[in-house]
Design a protein. Structure first.
Length: 363
């Protein structure tokens, strides 16, 4: 199985365009044409994980966190990132990062956390903007139905949980073909007026090349007229964090978190409600979503990496619960494994046995 096929499948699930601007998801090291014999799935790619991949004969590591977030000027083996790069290249191991784009899909990291905590009716906490485009295209009335089928097949017409959405306006189109043109209708050097339809559809930005290819291939005109616009629309299914419903006592929730996530220490702000009914979550660093969690009326916000001054943002409006970055996202490995095991039956998949948490606790 070529690596390109695995990447294609992963990015259908969580397209790279969904990642945050600071992120570096994607193929970090390797060749998309590599034949993959074994895949090791991990939260972080450390030197010990590389050694584990070698022992298990895996030539692909899928890591939730990238080993590189910024460009580097030197690879001189005096830091762990350089040594990981060296060892992976020496052993022909591909490294693919699947980070905030997986955080931002509705069946990704935060949905996994909601499932573990039995949170009902989970919804995206902060919807992501600037991910959709709008297509306006003009086509003869007689060709519109067949053409629309191809547009829908290429990713057009999807709005939330609806598909094949379009708006159509009938009108008259005029054109005068000149020498060198190849008109489907009418004669060269004669003005034509025909019944046309303006079709409007929305589509996600990750489908833009598919939409343009579709127009080039299936539009009957040799010079199709179309417009593609960026929009500020948000998507209910794409964005940061999630929130949902569950009735549970506060102390019971903390006990459950400690047990399910194997948390050694929990930090939290003042307990405002002993009886919880609405819970917000964000795997990884979630301080940027505190106000969003308050705005949806969550009783508690479960996340990690909260700084001292960020805790003050609770302001007696919510209880912030910090469970640790590794602890909150550790089940991302299982999430990726479950997906790939259904898609690729001829690849040896392995969950990493390495605990990559760099933080230790003194009890």
């Amino acid at each position: 199985m070529k690596l390109s096929k695995i990447i294609e499948s992963l990015e259908k699930w969580a397209p790279s365009i969904y990642q945050e601007s600071y992120d570096n998801s994607g193929l970090i090291i390797g060749d998309v044409n590599s034949e993959i014999s074994g895949c090791l799935i991990t939260l972080d790619c450390t030197e010990r994980v590389i050694e584990e991949a070698i022992k298990k004969k895996c030539n692909l590591i899928i890591s939730h966190h990238p080993i590189l977030f910024k460009s580097i000027d030197k690879i001189n083996y005096d830091n762990w990132e350089s040594r990981v790069i060296k060892k992976s290249i020496q052993n022909e191991i591909n490294i693919y990062a699947f980070h905030t784009n997986l955080d931002n899909v509705s069946d990704g990291v935060n949905k996994k956390i909601c499932d573990i905590l039995k949170i009902n009716n989970p919804q995206v906490l902060r919807e992501k903007k600037n991910l959709s485009c709008k297509l306006d295209v003009y086509i003869p009335e007689s060709d519109k139905d067949d053409f629309l089928k191809h547009i829908f097949h290429s990713g057009g017409g999807i709005i939330g949980n609806y598909s094949e959405c379009s708006y159509q306006i009938s009108g008259k189109g005029t054109f005068l073909p000149h020498n060198g043109s190849k008109p489907k209708i009418g004669e060269i050097n004669e003005k034509n007026t025909i019944e046309e339809v303006k079709i409007e559809v929305f589509f996600n930005k990750n489908h833009i090349s598919d939409i343009i290819d579709c127009i080039d291939r299936y539009h009957p005109y040799d010079e199709p007229t179309y417009h593609i616009y960026n929009t500020l629309n948000t998507s209910k299914n794409i964005g940061s964090g999630m929130f949902g419903e569950r009735k549970i006592e506060f102390d019971s929730l903390l006990s459950e978190i400690k047990k399910l996530f194997n948390v050694k220490s929990i930090r939290h702000t003042n307990i405002l409600n002993k009886n919880i009914s609405k819970i917000a979550v964000c795997g990884g660093s979630g301080s940027f979503l505190i106000e969003d969690a308050i705005s949806v009326g969550a009783d508690v916000f479960i996340t990690s990496d909260i700084k001292y001054h960020d805790f003050f943002q609770a302001d007696n409006n919510i209880t912030i619960i910090d469970i640790g970055h590794y602890e909150g996202e550790q089940f991302t490995k299982d999430l990726i494994y479950e997906y790939l095991s259904k898609k690729f039956l001829n690849i040896a998949l392995h969950l990493s046995n390495e605990n990559t948490n760099p933080i230790n606790y003194y009890n």
